[in-house]
Write a protein that binds this ligand. Structure first.
Ligand code: APR
Length: 248
């Protein structure tokens, strides 16, 4: 039985919910230049372009068409029933983990449903699209809220808590991430270094594939529920039964 589990999720866990990933075919980075919509410099250069990019993703998320899938639900079940410690770190800025019931969750790249005061850094639940009239209530004069998103060149959130969890976990699972963006792409190295078992769940062999001890190829919505059931049944990876069952 595992004692402490760390899960890292990427855009692939939300793909079956209808949210575009970044680097798959017709992904977000095929339609937008990262430097234009996901950097502080791009925001300073064209605030309206950046606001349109996040407003459209926020509207899609709240369109009533996008719902958590079986993988999000399985991780919420793991949190509710696992007797050890669990931390889900997500690179995603959608709120599907929360809507599925996860609470012990860390958004290391920020959240689409929040805006941030550029002066006080206070965050606000987004009740209307970003724009010149959507301002903070903590400053006088009020400041225009910016997306509460970690842009390239900015420091991800929660790194101390993340390193502490990676240093002490005995199982690290990466779900639906291409392993191309650091520091998240390096979490598997830290887990391996501290003796954890490491598992990759992906449609294909992602960039850090060779660093993972175990691979479960397939859709997150199919693989993650089976993996969670096996963990809750007290099986560990490497034991014949678990591996056979989970590769089914
Ligand atoms: N099930 C499992 N994996 C999937 C599925 C699925 N249904 N669909 C896609 N994938 C995998 C792809 O094979 C790919 O490896 O999900 C991964 C998505 O990779 P990216 O689009 O690069 O997303 P991610 O890894 O989360 O990107 C990391 O980059 O642009 C920044 O801040 C952004 O958080 C993002 C970070």
């Amino acid at each position: 039985m595992y004692r402490q589990i760390v899960v890292l999720t990427g855009a692939g866990i939300s793909a079956e919910s209808g949210i575009k990933t970044f680097r798959d075919e017709d992904g977000l980075w095929e339609q937008h230049h990262i430097e234009d919509v996901a950097t502080p410099e791009g925001y300073a250069r064209d605030i309206n372009l950046v606001e349109r990019f996040y407003n459209s993703r926020w509207e899609n998320l709240h369109s009533g068409e996008v719902h958590p899938n079986a993988a999000h639900a399985a991780l919420a079940k793991l949190e509710a029933e696992f007797s050890g410690k669990l931390l889900v770190i997500t690179q995603n800025v959608d709120d599907l983990h929360e809507r599925a019931g996860s609470k012990r969750l860390l958004h290391m790249h920020g959240e689409l449903s929040k805006g941030r005061c550029p002066q006080s850094l206070q965050t606000f639940v987004l009740r209307e699209p970003f724009g010149e009239d959507n301002c903070c209530t903590c400053c006088i004069p009020a400041k225009r809220l910016r997306p509460h998103i970690v842009w390239f060149g900015e420091m991800p959130f929660g790194m101390d808590r993340i390193h502490d969890a990676l240093d002490n976990c005995d199982l690290f699972i990466a779900i639906g991430t291409s392993g191309t963006v650091y520091p998240a792409a390096g979490f598997v190295d830290s887990a391996n270094h501290h003796g954890a078992q490491t598992v990759e769940v992906n449609l294909l062999a992602a960039d850090r594939h060779s660093q993972f001890q175990y691979h479960f190829t397939g859709k997150a919505g199919d693989v993650v529920p089976a993996l969670v059931e096996s963990i809750l049944a007290g099986k560990t990876l490497g034991s014949e039964a678990a591996t056979k069952e989970m590769s089914a």
